[in-house]
Design a protein around this ligand. Structure first.
Ligand SMILES: Cc1ncc(C[n+]2csc(CCOP(=O)(O)OP(=O)(O)O)c2C)c(N)n1
Ligand SMILES: [Mg+2]
Length: 587
């Protein structure tokens, strides 16, 4: 499009159109009314939410499922500060979310008028790029840049617009999106990586989020088969390699697959493909320090800043995970593989460890620690692990599952397998309770044909259930599985382990969450029998086709699995006489 006379609102909306934007999540505000008025005619669906945090999580979910931008917008001041937690979550999920933040009018800034706060510093550490529209004439240019950079740097960007700059006349051209390929990495680095892999006798591949984001699953399958290498998923990326593949060993990290951990422990060369090797996902688990400290590490990532950051890297490749996998497979075709000698033996090891883990999971019905055993004895409710197993078995094909932060949601990591990428949406490393439900609403907006399921604890549900109204009002049906153990369980576990069962702020009195759902216009089911879990999930997912949102409230015992942060807590020490009784006893 050549230069044309238009208003900045038109320049803004036309740039969204040019970037392929179809959905914008937010809450209406006078700050951007002039642009909002154009959305329907431009073919952009505005999805009104209950809370701006929900809107930004929806944008995140939307982008993670579609690979496109997620977009959110809100009123200057409080609408924008409500975004903060969700934008931080998107930052650590590497989601290309564009947060559009209209701000106080340029002629009033600094006078302490209405809904004014300095909106750039607030997001400075949780965005990859911040565009400030400093003249209405630059509206299209800076809008386009915020979109381009979100993809280029894989993370949220901010587009800050003084609210008076939507008005006026400008001459401008609408920029086309910048499409930039990352490439596979430098050829010398790829050569070095191929050499190490060709010399490996027990190569293991960690399939990271980069495999998903680069649409690299097929390229990874080819590479893994070429090497006969076991593939483990990085933490919370259970969808980065098809779970039914013979080489798939399941996820590493917190409440992950023991098969994956036992196999990687034997590696002499590890290829981390599209992974920053986040510290939380490589910590010891089940009392097992599985990280192969003596193995040689090849790390491939599109972000040069994470290469060699937390683990000693022998060969680092800055490149796209898919393109790098293809380049490595091509190079390996020209080399003799030392691992060919051990291929059959390794395949047998992989099969054996997977079988062992499958059997252990099948017989692991409940937690075994003293507190859990005591709690479950007096309870008629379900064991969380059993409920998770039933859900796993009933999971409909093509399902998208998001998981929140909490004890049961983390245990779910062992009970979620996927065949296709863009299926699992953990709350990732910002770790905020209240992520899973709104994120899944965004996923459903992007992929209405796929079953949409979120796993949420009752505490986190209390933070996020309000968005049921969005599901109902906007016909974005989701199945919310709420694990009702009447506690902030993950944190209670710390009080059990370190504070002699002195419970402060962790017990929850809940209403019937099924009743709450019904009163908000959704469907609600309370589940107290194990045999009801699977059928209820299937029914609820089928009902999504009729636009119905369902809350499956599963009543579970108060037993608790391994904690998150045992690594970061210490037994209590009290010096003052007043607190002497609170010194550590059992730890
Ligand atoms: C926004 C936010 N607040 C507090 C926390 C600390 N936190 C981590 S897990 C957790 C408990 C979650 O309880 P619930 O959702 O009921 O799940 P459960 O652990 O009982 O399975 C809390 C409070 C957090 N991660 N995020
Ligand atoms: Mg709970």
């Amino acid at each position: 499009m050549a230069k044309q006379r238009m208003t900045p609102s038109e320049a803004f909306v036309e740039t969204l159109v040019s970037q392929g934007v179809t959905h914008v999540f937010g809450i209406v505000g006078s700050a951007y009314m002039d642009a909002l008025d154009l959305f329907p005619t431009a073919g952009i669906r505005f999805v009104p939410t209950v809370h701006e945090q929900g809107a930004a999580h929806m944008a995140d979910g939307f982008s993670r499922v579609s690979g496109k931008h997620g977009v959110c917008i809100a009123q200057n001041g409080p609408g924008i500060t409500n975004f903060v937690t969700a934008i931080a979550a998107a930052y650590w999920a590497h989601s290309p979310v564009v947060a559009i933040t209209p701000e106080a009018g340029s002629l009033g800034v600094g006078l302490g008028g209405f809904q004014e706060t300095d909106q750039l510093p607030i997001f400075s550490k949780i965005t990859k790029y911040q565009a400030h529209v400093n003249s209405p004439a630059r509206m299209a240019e800076l809008t386009a840049r915020a979109f381009d950079r979100a993809h280029l740097e894989l993370g949220p960007t901010q587009l800050n617009i003084p609210r008076d700059y939507f008005y006026g006349d400008v001459e401008c051209e609408i920029p086309a999106p910048l499409k930039i390929s990352r490439g596979p990495g430098a050829s010398a680095d790829l050569d070095a990586a191929a050499k190490l892999l060709s010399e490996a006798r027990f190569p293991v591949i960690i399939a990271g989020g980069g495999v998903v984001m680069s649409n690299g699953a097929a390229a990874l399958v080819a590479l893994a088969e070429k090497l006969g290498a076991a593939v483990v998923n990085s933490y919370l990326h259970n969808d980065s390699f098809p779970a039914s593949h013979a080489l798939a060993c399941g996820p590493l990290g917190y409440h992950g697959s023991k098969a994956a951990m036992r196999v990687i422990a034997q590696a002499d060369v590890v290829l981390a493909l599209g992974s920053r090797l986040g510290p939380f996902g490589t910590l010891p688990q089940y009392g097992f320090d599985y990280w192969p400290a003596n193995a040689k590490l090849v790390q491939v990532d599109a972000d040069p800043r994470v290469l060699g950051l937390v683990k000693k890297t022998h060969v680092a490749v800055c490149g796209d995970a898919r393109e790098a996998a293809e380049a490595l497979t091509a190079r390996l075709a020209q080399r003799a593989l030392a691992g060919d000698v051990t291929r059959a033996e390794r395949a047998a090891t992989i099969a054996r460890e997977k079988q062992r883990w499958t059997e252990e999971r099948a017989s692991w019905d409940h937690e075994q620690d003293a507190w859990s055993v005591r709690e479950m004895r007096g309870s008629a409710y379900l064991h969380p692990r059993q409920a998770l197993r039933e859900l796993e078995a009933a999971m409909p094909e093509g399902a998208m599952v998001s998981t929140d932060i909490g004890n049961i949601c983390q245990i779910a990591n062992s009970y979620l397998r996927f065949e296709r990428p863009r299926s699992m949406f953990g709350a990732m490393m910002f770790g905020n309770c209240g992520y899973a439900f709104p994120a899944m609403i965004g996923c459903k907006a992007a992929a209405p044909e796929r079953p949409a399921i979120c796993y949420v604890g009752d505490g986190a549900w209390g933070m996020s259930f309000g968005e049921l109204l969005t599901c109902v009002r906007e016909k974005l049906p989701v199945t919310a599985v709420v694990f009702n153990n009447q506690q902030w369980g993950a944190e209670k576990k710390n009080q059990v382990d370190f504070y002699d069962d002195r419970f402060v702020g962790v017990n929850l009195e809940n209403p019937s969450w099924a009743n709450v759902a019904r009163s908000l216009g959704a469907h609600g089911v309370t589940i107290e029998k194990l045999s009801d879990v699977g059928p209820a999930l299937r029914d609820a997912c089928a009902a999504q086709r009729d636009g119905r949102t369902t809350v499956l409230e599963i009543m579970v015992t108060r037993e608790l699995g391994d904690p998150f942060r045992r690594d970061a807590l210490k037994p209590p020490v009290r010096h003052l006489a007043k607190y002497a009784a609170l010194n550590a006893k059992k730890a």
